[in-house]
Design a protein around this ligand. Sequence first.
Ligand SMILES: NC(=O)c1ccc[n+]([C@@H]2O[C@H](COP(=O)([O-])OP(=O)(O)OC[C@H]3O[C@@H](n4cnc5c(N)ncnc54)[C@H](OP(=O)(O)O)[C@@H]3O)[C@@H](O)[C@H]2O)c1
Length: 272
Amino acid sequence: MDTIRTSRTTIPALGFGTWQLEGQVAYDGVRTALDVGYRHIDTAQIYRNEEEVGRAIADSDLDRDAVFVTTKIWRDAATPKDVERTAQESLERLGLDHVDLLLIHWPADEIAPLEATVEALDRLRERELTRAIGVSNYPAARFARALEVAPVATNQVEHHPYLAVDAISEVAAANDAFVTAYSPIAQGKVLDDATIAGIAEAHGVSPVQVTVRWHLQRGVSAIPRSSKPERIAANGDVFGFELSDDEVAAITELGRGERLIDPPFMSDWDAA
Ligand SMILES: NC(=O)c1ccc[n+]([C@@H]2O[C@H](COP(=O)([O-])OP(=O)(O)OC[C@H]3O[C@@H](n4cnc5c(N)ncnc54)[C@H](OP(=O)(O)O)[C@@H]3O)[C@@H](O)[C@H]2O)c1
């Protein structure tokens, strides 16, 4: 449960998200996350914090191999040439010779055919600039197409108690891949949920901890973000209790198709 193992990667299921953390806040957040035990850090070119993330990892006492680093190529750079160029730039900013997982951040069919983008990612994997590759925000049908092209390890998508991703999970399960949940605590909305609060109270933990644990027990990787050291620590402290099957099911039943991130260039989300 704390580690997801497939033929394509071995990844700590709990990661630290860094969207909207910039400058010193990003650096301090990653340092704190590593100090309190996170071993998986999620960044992206568009977050403009790869430099701080890389420095925080370098300044920690951890070996490079002890930290799983994911970055994402922005959709504007979906052509094979730009995938390669911007991946190199990311590595330079991160100060690393490889990342553990390299994702294409959003589908970008009007910029390059999906197959060409995924093939370009896979060439970087073959050159060991990344250990594994993946996609992000790919609806199930596109995810399946990507999997026909290359050994895609994961699809990082919005997923929380209010947004199920069953079609994507089915494609992942059938292809030795897994789902990574972004906005895993619905950007804080789970704090106001009576069902989750009741389960949290029964275990003497917080609603955020219950929600992170719910993801992990279902074989999903979760990458919660916080800018606050005490929350970073608490959000990752999820290995000392266990949800019952009924509790997991009760949270799963909260799904109501509520999508928090829906940019105008996306039009073919799966029904949820
Ligand atoms: N692939 C993509 O397109 C994509 C899109 C979105 C996100 N992501 C990734 O997923 C990560 C997580 O998603 P997210 O940042 O959208 O949302 P999230 O992790 O679901 O929620 C973050 C929000 O919750 C608050 N929060 C965190 N812990 C809390 C706690 N214990 N109590 C109260 N509030 C708390 C944070 O505020 P404070 O900072 O004030 O604690 C922040 O506003 C991102 O950082 C990024 O790495 C990827």
